[in-house]
Design a binder for this molecule. Structure first.
Ligand SMILES: O=C(O)CCC(=O)C(=O)O
Ligand SMILES: [Fe+2]
Length: 326
């Protein structure tokens, strides 16, 4: 059976040992061969610099400017709106250190708590105060965080009925709304942040290649933030026959998938436990007692927070008008 181009890259990363993946070098300090094509927006190779192009600068967090990168065709062919990577942007270092720490704190203490739901909710097993229980759990005892894979905020997708029910859901925290809108606007797109998903990745874990195709409209981008350990993100095309681009995402990076890239295959080929994260030093002056366990957690786990618009903007308007008239 032939293995498609996307799958073969996933397989390659599956074989990489996470001890080597931490800094992507072998025991002699040489970059592992599997990472030869890896795109690190903070240090592009001369070849990558030809097709990974800076299209602007923005301050998502005031006082912290970050570049905006877009992808062009490596052959030099012109890239119109239907180009496979059109609408895809990387904003390395979009989030400043305090925003990364705030998001980590909220992902652990707030976003996995009611009224938001988690993967444990449909089983009737959502754990109240999951992070507090995890930090209080004695060595050798089962850690409740091991069971947490995702949390849903705003409109919650119903996997059984494959729909976003309008009548259910929770609020979208202001912080996520603001960050989502700021990144979309920075690349000339617009979004009303209606649903957010937090993914909790353990060292070495992956997310298989998929399309984000369950929303009602695809006219608005998905805005996605990384906090904690680094990861290898794969950005594919509309089919898995298209070889994916391998991108190193670090704590504080944002990506935007809009336009032709909105429905592209993508996923996480590997979560790389990361000892040195600038926003999460071992000792942080004036940190409260909460800080140390959070910093320890993010050095071997990754948090991904992504924000989406579910319904078409004009549909929202008519629902709001209907509600006003009631
Ligand atoms: O973790 C990531 O960066 C990707 C997450 C993702 O693709 C998703 O939640 O649909
Ligand atoms: Fe996705």
């Amino acid at each position: 059976m032939s293995v498609n181009a996307y799958k073969s890259v996933e397989k390659k990363w599956k074989r990489v040992k996470i001890t080597a993946a931490d800094d992507l070098t072998d025991r002699h300090g040489v970059r592992i061969p599997e990472a030869a094509e890896l795109l690190d927006a903070t240090s592009l190779t001369p070849d990558q610099a030809r097709w990974v192009v800076k299209v602007g600068d923005v301050e998502i967090c005031p006082g912290t400017p970050c570049p905006i990168y877009a992808l062009r065709d490596p052959t030099g062919a012109s890239c119109g709106d239907s180009y496979v990577h059109a609408g895809f942007f990387i904003l390395p270092g979009a989030l400043d250190a305090s925003t990364q720490r705030l998001l980590a704190e909220k992902c652990l203490n707030e976003y996995a708590e009611a009224p938001h739901t988690t993967n444990l909710h449909p089983l009737g097993q959502q754990i109240e105060g999951i992070w507090a229980k995890s930090t209080a759990c004695a060595a050798g005892q089962p850690d409740p965080m091991d069971k947490l894979h995702w949390a849903a905020l705003g409109y919650h997708y119903d996997w059984t009925n494959r729909a976003y029910p309008r009548e259910k859901g929770s609020h979208i925290p202001k912080l996520l709304q603001t960050l989502g809108v700021a990144c979309a606007e920075a690349v000339g797109l617009d979004i009303t942040s209606e649903a957010a998903l937090v993914n909790y990745y353990k060292a070495g874990s992956t997310m298989g290649g998929h399309q984000d195709n369950v929303e009602v409209t695809f006219d608005h981008p998905v805005v996605s933030f990384s906090v904690g350990s680094s990861a290898i993100f794969l950005k594919g095309g509309l089919t898995k026959d298209e070889p994916p681009i391998e991108i190193l995402l670090r704590s504080g990076d944002a990506i935007v998938m809009g336009g032709a890239s909105r429905l592209c295959f993508h996923g996480i080929a590997k979560t790389l436990p990361t000892r040195a994260i600038p926003a999460f030093p071992e000792r942080l002056p004036d940190a409260n007692a909460q800080y140390a366990p959070i910093a320890r957690y993010v050095r071997s786990n990754r948090l991904n927070i992504n924000v989406r618009q579910v319904f078409a903007s004009d549909e929202n308007k008519s629902v709001q008008q209907g509600q006003k008239g009631q």
